[in-house]
Design a protein around this ligand. Structure first.
Ligand code: OOB
Length: 544
């Protein structure tokens, strides 16, 4: 098995410890300590369940015993694909206690993505729910097993059918839990996937706990805080910015929303007196639209965080007057670096910028395409290095050489500029992915699927600005033989067993891609040209 490595150089690691960022805390020790300190306080509310901190520890220990009794060994990786249900937390903390390594998949992922995660991480087990949102994950598990018969352990929350039932896990007094090494990799997060399939991001106890401990402080969380998990729990934003881990750190309450829609979220905010939540921009727009006529009392909400994609100043301005709370912009990435506007910043900074880094030791470089620093205030490529930013992806030498500089800076792919106060303003990005409502979709990956269709000669996938989603996926397709219909191509994408959010929103058929005089054009240039052509061509736009 390929070892999990974080690769922080020893001098950096020593400095991060010396400065008190890395304190040798681990997830399991944290939960134990919190259960002792806050035992009877409510940790978690989800569906009709309310768990205290003591309940959460108890259930996580039972889960840990169950996983170990299946023959899993410390260090084994386990793909976890669960919706926002309380068991997400008993599973994840159970894995931490057993020193197993969660690999987080989103509920929207399908066979192609899950198989990729299983393979890349060499996972020994897969945990999922029986059904969610009208989808049967047991059917998914069955077809995954056909493709990967070596996947022996499939654990189901709910009616397990032929699989292993999570409900059958029992405590075993004979099992002794060994403490984890705080500098070891605690879990694998998935990248947005700017080129090809998602990469796996190794995060250590030390680095990740620092990021949410400091985030909890920036967001002024206390035991009285109630955080609504409106986004999928597996995503880095609700996980740690400050997210539910930040709330557990502070001893507050985590409230799970099965859906982020105002109809579901607003009653929960009223009932549980939610104080803070995080949304992607399209959801924030929906909430802004729904709030004025809502009969629910949203007055407990103190902070609305918005991040994952650019929140435009005109929308940002509306948050305080409409919802009566403070907006906090969050510009982060699963690879590490997270920026926040601070709660007491002037309104102009809150509205116009995407915040500044968590840590004084987050190093920020803004460089031109040759790697030279741009003049202060100019836009350039954002590179970063710091106490909670990874130095490498797991099991991916190609991505590692592309995404990191020689001296260990992560190339974010984002184009930013920095204000004189040190706040970042996101201007765009250098890579060709599509940021669709906060979901990052690789243009390469979608093109590859389209090219598998017998009547597709070539395809170029680009992002098109969208008033609601921020960006939508547009595929330019050159047909061959019988020209397929747009809906048929979309249906074909679905047969490729990928997450639905990767299916192009729009398909434009063209006869050819314009070539340069030498007859050669990079995909990047081609996409840029098609995009410009689309945006300038009223006929193309009207034809959709
Ligand atoms: C968050 O994480 P990822 O890994 O899904 O995506 C990271 C990318 C960034 O590199 C940037 O391109 C984009 O998402 N992004 C933003 C943004 N926040 C993220 N672009 C413009 N404005 C923003 N506020 O999306 C994520 C992770 C932790 C906290 C928040 C978001």
């Amino acid at each position: 098995m390929i070892p999990l490595e974080a690769n922080f150089p020893t001098d950096f690691a020593a400095r991060y410890r010396e400065k008190g960022y890395w304190r040798g805390e681990t997830f399991s020790a944290l939960l134990r300590e919190r259960a002792e300190r806050f035992g009877s306080r409510t940790a978690l509310v989800g569906g009709d369940q309310r768990w205290t901190y003591a309940d959460l520890l108890d259930k996580a220990e039972v889960a840990a015993c169950g996983f170990l009794k299946l023959g899993l060994k410390p260090g084994d990786r386990v793909v976890v694909q669960l919706p926002n249900i309380p068991e997400f937390f008993s599973v994840v903390f159970g894995l931490f206690i057993a020193r197993l390594v969660p690999v987080y998949a989103l509920p929207a992922h399908r066979q192609t993505e899950i198989v990729h995660f299983l393979q890349k991480s060499e996972a020994a087990a897969y945990v999922t729910a029986a059904t969610h949102d009208g989808f049967d994950y047991r059917d998914l598990a069955r077809s995954i097993k056909l493709e990967r018969p070596e996947l022996e352990r499939v654990i189901i929350i709910g009616e397990a059918q032929e699989f292993i039932s999570f409900a059958s896990f029992e405590r075993d007094q004979a099992i002794v839990f060994e403490p984890a090494d705080p500098s070891s990799v605690a879990f694998l997060q998935i990248s947005g996937g700017s080129t090809g399939l998602s990469k796996l991001i190794p995060r250590t106890h030390d680095d990740y706990i620092y990021s949410f401990r400091a985030s909890a402080e920036i967001c002024q969380l206390t035991e009285e805080s109630a955080y609504l998990v409106a986004l999928p729990a597996a995503h880095n934003f609700p996980m740690s910015s400050p997210g539910y881990f930040g709330v557990f750190y502070a001893g507050g309450t985590v409230v799970l929303a099965p859906s982020p829609s105002p109809e579901t979220a607003f009653p929960l905010i009223e009932r549980e007196k939610v104080t803070i939540t995080g949304l992607v921009p399209p959801l924030a727009l929906l909430w802004l639209q729904a709030a004025p006529s809502s009969k629910h009392d949203l007055s407990s909400l103190q902070v609305l965080q918005v991040g994952g994609a650019k929140f435009m100043p005109e929308s940002a301005k509306r948050v305080r007057p409409t919802l009566g709370c403070t907006l906090q912009q969050v510009f982060g990435m699963a690879e590490g670096l997270v920026n926040y506007t601070r709660l007491d910043d002037p309104e102009e900074i809150i509205v116009e910028t995407q915040g500044r880094p968590i840590s004084p030791d987050d190093e920020i470089l803004i460089v031109d395409d040759q790697g030279n620093p741009v003049a202060e205030g100019e836009a350039g490529n954002l590179l970063t290095r710091g106490p909670y930013t990874i130095r490498n992806y797991h099991n991916d030498p190609g991505a590692n050489s592309r995404s990191f500089t020689q001296d260990g800076f992560y190339k974010t792919g984002d184009i930013v500029k920095r204000t004189p106060e040190g706040y970042l303003v996101v201007q765009g990005r250098a890579t060709d992915h599509i940021n669709r409502a906060g979901e990052k979709i690789s243009a390469d990956e979608v093109e590859d699927h389209l090219l598998a269709h017998p009547n597709v000669f070539d395809a170029a996938v680009v992002s098109i600005p969208d008033p609601f989603l921020g960006e939508r996926i547009c595929a330019f397709v050159i047909p061959q033989g019988e020209k397929p219909k747009g809906p048929a191509l979309k249906a074909f994408m679905r047969t490729r067993r990928v997450a639905d959010f990767k299916v192009p929103d729009q398909i434009v058929f063209v006869d050819a891609f314009e070539l340069t005089a030498v007859g050669k054009v990079s995909r990047k240039e081609l996409r840029a040209r098609l995009r410009a052509q689309f945006l300038g061509d009223e006929q193309l736009k009207a034809g959709q």
